[in-house]
Write a protein that binds this ligand. Structure first.
Ligand code: ZN
Ligand code: ZN
Length: 612
């Protein structure tokens, strides 16, 4: 006795009133029958049958009928949003549950976020029902997704008007909304003013800090949170990302140990958490740990593969990075994406593998149909230029479909300064950079003076330096940091602000003596340019920032513990050479992450094989 299935929208509201009143006697039985059919309903086709039956056999305005419609709407909101919409607009005066159901469904559907906002406005305009704590979070969710700041702010005003200002759930949504729209200050203010906070409130705020790159604030908040709540999966993932951003290995390792010891298998095998861990260990130069996490992952996505490939690439271990790439495409039959190719191209770049790099660049275009973007061209140009093929690199720059950016020009100039390219060519490249950056690019002057210095044109070096001070160009000061027992220590060149300055300088003296003992003489070729301070003050090579950090490491870390230093710029030739010697003299493993890559110094040599 199934009614004819109808794929057409349900009849318009007026047809509802043509219901057969003679069924009144059986109505109670009928309602409970319909209700139980709805409870057992599994597919839209069944739902449509029941819907037709409701139209035929019930009184339209009876409160039981409305209840049935709520159930229909709820089911359809998950299974067929268009149908839910049509049902909704046939109901004369939808109740707040119905409004909320549809707003929630739209807010959770990628293509319908904007409808969530317009439905919310409609709900306010109609004025029959009031928005409540089931309405606002979803309206705000849609606003956050669409960066609809003014709509969200209006919702915030309504929240206060309807007396929902102290609801935890709503406040969490507001924090997320403000952070998503770029108003971290407003999010923070809300968080601070919350009387009641759930673990979600803390997670949302910590995550907001991480998204804004304010890792330090994220970790500080985490410490506060721990006094009140045990961290959950969301907290741990944010914290691991913050640690990856800060290079705070020990806190990241703590979070990892916490997951292994205290969390259920679901979290241990969570793909997002594991991806964050791989990223953390790669960024901190602990490739063995990154590999361990990666290999133990029960499931991986392309982000997992990209992280491990980029990690080994940055470390100069091109062979391992390329092995992972081969496994990715051949064994696991994954489809690499644009980022994967940035990884393998930079792996080739850090090892000077020109042919392989060119082969991969072509493979990306013809084999995988990926259109190269500026970053891929950047890798290729850098690869060619650094390997001494400066003319070929220039060729690519001239024929690129897009305008080269300053990074590409700078890598050319950098190569010119190291590969003894003609001074004329270097000057030409410098001119192009200044054109594209409006003449205020400090790095160019620094590199140009390095070109002059390597050609022993000291007069020109002086001219460039004078020009820099005349036009007020300052360079980013070299800064190195080292983490000792969970505390980061930061140094600028010639820094004397550290509480252990006296002992640090004492270590430097010892290093000098030992270096002299083995007949080392400093390499001054980049002395002036690399690590001076923003006030223009110059410091001798021995006081370059990474040396202070390494000295503190030698002073404070137990023998055998690797010394990990993060530096914002590239190391100068002399520091690179001296770090190699320190690793030998003091039997120390020293890992330096500079602007572009890792150097692992051990037994007197560096993992980059002096190609950096
Ligand atoms: Zn240096
Ligand atoms: Zn190196």
């Amino acid at each position: 006795m199934a009614l004819a299935l109808s794929a057409t929208p349900p009849s318009p509201p007026q047809s509802l009133s043509i219901t057969n009143n003679s069924k009144n006697d059986n109505s109670i039985n009928n309602y409970s029958l319909l209700l139980s059919s709805l409870s057992e309903c599994k597919h839209m086709s069944q739902l449509k049958q029941i819907h037709a039956q409701i139209l035929r056999t019930t009184l339209p305005h009876h409160h039981d009928t409305l209840f049935l419609y709520s159930r229909i709407l709820n089911f359809a909101s998950f299974a067929d949003l268009d149908y839910a919409y049509r049902v909704f607009y046939q109901i004369d005066t939808p109740n707040s549950f119905m409004w909320n159901t549809l707003i929630r469904a739209c807010a959770q559907n990628v293509g319908s976020k904007v409808h969530a906002i317009s439905l919310y406005k409609e709900m306010l305009e109609e004025g029959n029902v009031m928005p409540d704590k089931h309405t606002f979070p979803f309206a705000l969710k849609a606003c956050a997704y669409l960066f609809a700041l003014s709509e969200g702010k209006q919702a915030h005003a309504q929240i206060l008007k309807y007396g929902c200002g102290s609801d935890v759930y709503i406040n969490n949504s507001l924090i997320h909304f403000y952070a998503s729209c770029g108003c971290l200050d407003l999010a923070e203010k809300l968080f601070e003013n919350m009387v009641d906070r759930s673990i979600v409130s803390w997670n949302v705020m910590i995550d907001a800090f991480v998204q804004f790159g304010e890792f330090d604030s994220a970790l500080k908040l985490f410490v506060q949170m721990q006094k009140l709540f045990e961290p959950d999966g969301f907290t741990l993932q944010s914290i691991i990302s913050a640690c990856a951003g800060l290079g705070a290995l020990s806190i990241g390792m703590w979070a990892h140990a916490y997951i292994l010891n205290k969390c259920e298998y679901g979290l241990v095998s969570d793909i997002l958490i594991n991806n964050s861990l791989v990223e953390l260990y790669c960024k901190c130069g602990s490739l063995e740990l990154a590999q361990q996490v990666f290999e133990r992952m029960p499931k991986r996505d392309i982000t997992s593969w990209n992280s491990i490939i980029l990690g080994f690439a940055m470390y100069g271990q091109a062979d391992v990075a390329l092995e992972y790439f081969a496994r990715l495409v051949k064994v696991e039959s994954f489809w690499p994406n644009s980022i994967t190719f940035v990884g393998v191209l930079s792996a080739c770049n850090h090892r000077g593998m020109v042919n392989k790099g060119q082969e991969l660049f072509d493979m990306m275009i013809t084999g995988y149909n990926i259109t190269p973007v500026l970053e891929h061209y950047g890798c290729l140009v850098d690869l060619l230029a650094r390997a001494g093929h400066i003319d070929e690199a220039l060729d690519i720059v001239s024929n690129m479909p897009m305008k080269p950016d300053a990074v590409i020009w700078r890598s050319l100039l950098d190569a010119c300064s190291k590969k003894n390219a003609s001074v004329e060519l270097s000057e030409e490249v410098a001119k192009r950079i200044l054109e594209s950056e409006g003449g205020i690019c400090s790095g160019v002057y620094v590199l140009l003076s390095r070109v002059y210095a390597s050609a022993s044109r000291w007069n020109d070096v002086g001219l460039v330096r004078k020009l820099m001070s005349d036009i007020g160009v300052t360079k980013e000061p070299g800064c190195s940091s080292i983490e000792i027992n969970g505390v980061a220590h930061e140094f600028f060149a010639g820094d004397t602000s550290h509480p252990q300055t006296k002992q640090i300088y004492g270590v430097l003296d010892v290093i000098d003596e030992r270096l002299k003992g083995i007949g080392y003489s400093p390499d001054y070729s980049q002395a002036l340019m690399v690590d001076e301070r923003s006030d223009g003050k110059q410091h001798s090579l021995r006081l370059h920032s990474e040396r202070l950090a390494i000295a503190l490491g030698l002073l404070s870390l137990k023998p055998g513990v690797p010394i990990r230093v993060f530096k914002n710029l590239r190391a100068c030739n002399d520091c690179h050479q001296v770090t190699k010697l320190i690793s030998k003299i003091f039997y120390a493993e020293i890992i330096v992450r500079d602007r572009a890559r890792f150097h692992r110094f051990k037994d007197g040599s560096c993992s980059c094989m002096d190609y950096w």
